[in-house]
Design a binder for this molecule. Structure first.
Ligand SMILES: CC(C)(COP(=O)(O)OP(=O)(O)OC[C@H]1O[C@@H](n2cnc3c(N)ncnc32)[C@H](O)[C@@H]1OP(=O)(O)O)[C@@H](O)C(=O)NCCC(=O)NCCS
Length: 190
């Protein structure tokens, strides 16, 4: 991973975060209290397909039954405390014609937004994905047209915007236009 110290935006409570402290590791049950911080935060869930968690059972279910079914899933950690999660899932489960493609997803506790964490993590995951899951040729990401932060993260990490999928999926009870972006194993790594 390219590791730098990046200053946060003016006005942010903490001025800097040392990106060298960010690590990715498997999520486990001892992360439950940390996971509940972002999964119960409306700001975080706004552009995510999952509904706000209402109990620790939801968190346990994620750690034990959902995260384990992704192709690849890691906790984003600072000083070994989980501050978010990043995953790769099958783009079209059961469709062999798409088994060289995976969908990227990421989420970060709002306290850590705007400090370069997601960009740093996504760049790292692109490298790791094409290395550890060497059969993959394409990573794709679907981002709500109103989720400007996530679009910028992908752009900075080398993803190419491919288009807008109109009313592609229902999130929070509403049909949403989604931007699809991708990076290929042959693209220059940032
Ligand atoms: C989207 C998210 C992952 C961004 O994480 P982050 O660590 O704050 O992103 P970064 O600090 O790496 O920022 C990357 C770029 O996006 C910009 N950005 C971040 N949040 C932004 C926002 N809300 N509006 C506009 N730009 C934003 C940053 O300024 C930076 O661009 P710059 O370097 O040109 O200034 C984080 O806000 C999040 O977890 N949101 C909730 C979950 C979510 O939306 N996940 C993605 C679903 S597709």
């Amino acid at each position: 991973m390219e590791i730098t110290s990046i200053s946060s935006k003016p006005g942010a409570k903490e001025e800097r975060i040392d990106l060298t402290q960010i690590t990715l590791r498997p999520l486990n049950l001892s992360d439950l209290d940390d996971l509940m911080i972002w999964t119960t935060d409306e700001k975080v869930a706004k552009f995510c397909s999952w509904e706000l968690y209402t109990s620790k059972d939801d968190g346990i279910n994620f750690i034990e039954n959902i995260a384990t079914k992704f192709l690849w899933c890691k906790a984003i950690c600072i000083n070994d405390r989980a501050i978010g999660c990043v995953s790769l899932s099958s783009s079209s489960p059961g469709d062999k014609s798409r088994n060289k493609c995976a969908e990227l997803g990421y989420v970060l506790g709002s306290k850590y937004w705007g400090k370069g964490v997601a960009t740093c993590v996504v760049k790292q995951v692109v490298k790791v994905a094409f290395c550890e899951l060497s059969y993959l040729e394409r990573l794709e990401a679907l981002v709500d047209v109103e989720n400007a932060g996530s679009q910028r993260v992908l752009e900075k990490a080398g993803f190419q915007k491919e288009g807008v999928l109109r009313k592609y999926l229902v999130m929070k009870g509403k049909s949403r236009d989604m931007i699809i972006s991708s990076v290929l194993f042959t693209d220059p790594q940032l």
